[in-house]
Design a protein around this ligand. Structure first.
Ligand code: 13P
Length: 290
């Protein structure tokens, strides 16, 4: 059964560990994430952007894949099906499709007031249906789904205003960016994180751009109130690297390894292993509940 993400993130914020939110792209990808979470008895958030949903023929197919797999695989740990970086319009589509958790990313709206107004509206709607809501203050830099933006430090007063709408968890820019970090990246701004946390109290915070942040910085952020860490590129790189190795070793030419189930298997095995490593780094292993 899918759950919303509120309870698992509140427990993580209190217990100073982080829950991984892995983006998915298809059925086998979802299966790999679920295998890793179940094996380590960790709660997990599976999330999908509008771009990935389009690739999977829509939000409904995406949500159905996650729901059906949790049942057919007898998954016992809590699993949330989350919309990642939803536009205002995407939120309604994902709610209708059966997502249990919604991110309304109003950081790209022309004014902060519009972000605030729409966040409040989405919170009201989602809470009336038992869904959790993530909002965002301060754009997360990098390129995602072809959209480039520069990393920002979120304004603590704006974080407080969004927190007061009743959101369940909040993404705030603290120098993090999507995709691979450039060599001259300055690292996370813990000063900013401290100021934001002072304003929002025990509201769980979300760290986007989890790929490539040094482990000590991730763990420090978790100790300061980050409870959800979004990871996408990392698993994509793990899959690509494993398949490249398979081909470079000429294994695709052996037997019937041209069968996509065999050709892609090393990639999905690599996702399971990498997801497990990250769950251990974030400290959510053994924190699942039936
Ligand atoms: P990465 O691709 O950098 O891991 O970022 C993922 C993310 O933040 C999704 O919202």
């Amino acid at each position: 059964m899918l759950v919303n993400a509120t309870q698992m993130l509140q427990a993580a914020e209190r217990g100073h560990y982080g829950i991984a939110a892995f983006n998915t792209n298809d059925l086998e990808w979802t299966r790999s994430i679920l295998l890793a979470a179940e094996e380590l008895q960790s709660p997990v958030i599976i999330q999908c952007t509008a771009g990935a949903a389009k690739w999977m023929q829509g939000f409904k197919v995406c949500a159905d894949i996650v729901r059906d797999l949790t049942e057919s695989m007898n998954i016992t740990v809590p699993v949330a099906m989350h919309l990642d970086h939803g536009s205002y319009e995407d939120c309604f589509k994902a709610i209708d499709a059966g997502f249990t958790s919604i991110m309304y990313d109003g950081s790209h709206e022309p004014t902060f007031d519009l972000n605030l107004e729409r966040t409040a509206e989405i919170v009201k709607l989602c809470h009336s249906k038992g869904l959790s809501v993530e909002a965002e203050v301060g754009g997360i830099g990098g390129v995602e789904d072809g959209v480039a933006s520069k990393g920002e430090l979120a304004d603590p007063a704006q974080c407080k205003a969004i927190a007061d709408t009743g959101v369940d968890f909040l993404a705030c820019g603290i120098g993090n960016i999507h995709g691979l970090y450039p060599d001259n990246w300055e690292g996370l701004s813990f000063d900013q994180l401290e100021k934001i946390k002072a304003e929002v109290g025990d509201l769980p915070l979300v760290l986007h751009g989890g790929t490539g942040i040094p482990t000590d910085q991730i763990q420090k952020a978790i100790s300061m109130g980050v409870a959800k860490i979004n990871v996408n590129t990392d698993l994509q790189v793990a899959l690509a690297r494993a398949i490249r190795k398979f081909v470079e070793e000429g294994k695709d030419l052996e037997g019937k390894n041209y069968d996509p189930r065999k050709f892609l298997k090393p990639g999905f095995d690599a996702i399971v292993e990498r997801a497990k490593e990250l769950v251990v780094t974030f400290g959510s292993d053994g924190k699942g509940w039936a």
